[in-house]
Write a protein that binds this ligand. Sequence first.
Ligand SMILES: [Mg+2]
Length: 229
Amino acid sequence: MINFDHIKGVIWDLDDTLYSVTPDLHKSMRESAARAVVKMGYPVTYEEALIMAERSQAEYRLTVKMLCDEFKIDKRDLHLPFHAEMDHTVTKACEDLPAAFAAKPHLQHILMTHASRDWALRMLDHLRIAEFFLPDAVLGLEDVDFNHKHESEYVAKCCMDILGTKPHETAFVEDREYNLTIPKKLGMTTVLIAHPSQSPKLPEHVDVKFTRAADFLENVGVMPSSAIA
Ligand SMILES: [Mg+2]
């Protein structure tokens, strides 16, 4: 069992970690992508772009991949316009998440998402947990020079610098297990939040798995009682 007594800082993922991505949000993402490429002036109608976004989600689980490939769009150029129009109100907040954060005032929190900072700020507000994150502790992909969590130590080190914690005092919480490989190598506690896409067997670089983010918070400072594995 993992002892969480030493944890002082938590690096949070957003999508499918602090809330569940729903079919309505996938629809909003397709519509946002289509609107963005039309507004940016690429030679495609909204309806055509929407069909490409649908196929891209179905084939690659990535909304903008086929649009970027077809029109040779640098994903960095589409990043902010794509996320700007996504509708956060179609997502459902976890009712007990604000109380779970409030119950652990000794923890410092930082949010790091591969989406945009604007999306993260809107979602934190919607989830009623914005007050637990300092303004400079909410990072989008654009804030870390488009370095991805699974590709570079830069992201995890940047987050720890802002938190002011050492690796052994830091937990990294994610729904994608491959994003926990580097945090584990750096010496952090790695926490996986359950998602249907995951294999039932817990990978070696994952210390512990919980059903929900609130379940993890409830166990910080005590031996976990509701860990899945
Ligand atoms: Mg995620």
